[in-house]
Design a protein around this ligand. Structure first.
Ligand SMILES: [Zn+2]
Length: 137
């Protein structure tokens, strides 16, 4: 599997950096963003290093999107919302990743949240959130 020694996500995948893991299989890992823009902000990542979503094979893309949909359905239930935002940006960490953000129509963040939550949720809060989502899988 292709990895990049300078890539923080590859280090998380290799277990060299801890994360609040939600889901993992042979090809995909999902964990909480540690600088969440909303509570429950998830990242979904192909394990093989690629810079852009468009670099992965159609088969891997479909697999990634299927898992993303599964996780979005779980977030819908947990956060009691129909609005789960999907964002693919690309210049923060240059390893293909999908953001899922559970939104509320009254959260005041507009169409697209533009900065991390202040104050940042504590490690304890992140751990609790990860467990809550994991327990719903
Ligand atoms: Zn990487």
């Amino acid at each position: 599997m292709k990895t990049n020694i300078d890539c923080i996500f590859c280090k998380i995948i290799a277990g060299e950096i801890p994360c609040y893991k939600i889901y993992e299989d042979e090809k995909i890992i999902s964990f909480l963003d540690i600088h969440p823009y909303v509570l429950g902000h998830l990242l979904i990542i192909p394990k093989e290093h690629s810079k852009w979503l468009w670099d992965i094979s159609p088969k891997d893309y479909c697999n990634l999107m299927e898992k993303t949909k599964n996780l979005a359905e779980i977030l819908k239930k947990i956060f009691k919302t129909e609005w789960i935002e999907l964002v693919v940006a690309g210049i923060g960490v240059q390893h293909t990743h999908i953001h899922l953000l559970p939104r509320q129509f009254n959260d005041g963040l507009g169409e697209l949240p533009i900065k991390p939550l202040v104050p940042k949720p504590s490690n304890e809060e992140l751990k609790k959130m990860a467990n809550k989502i994991k327990n719903s899988l």
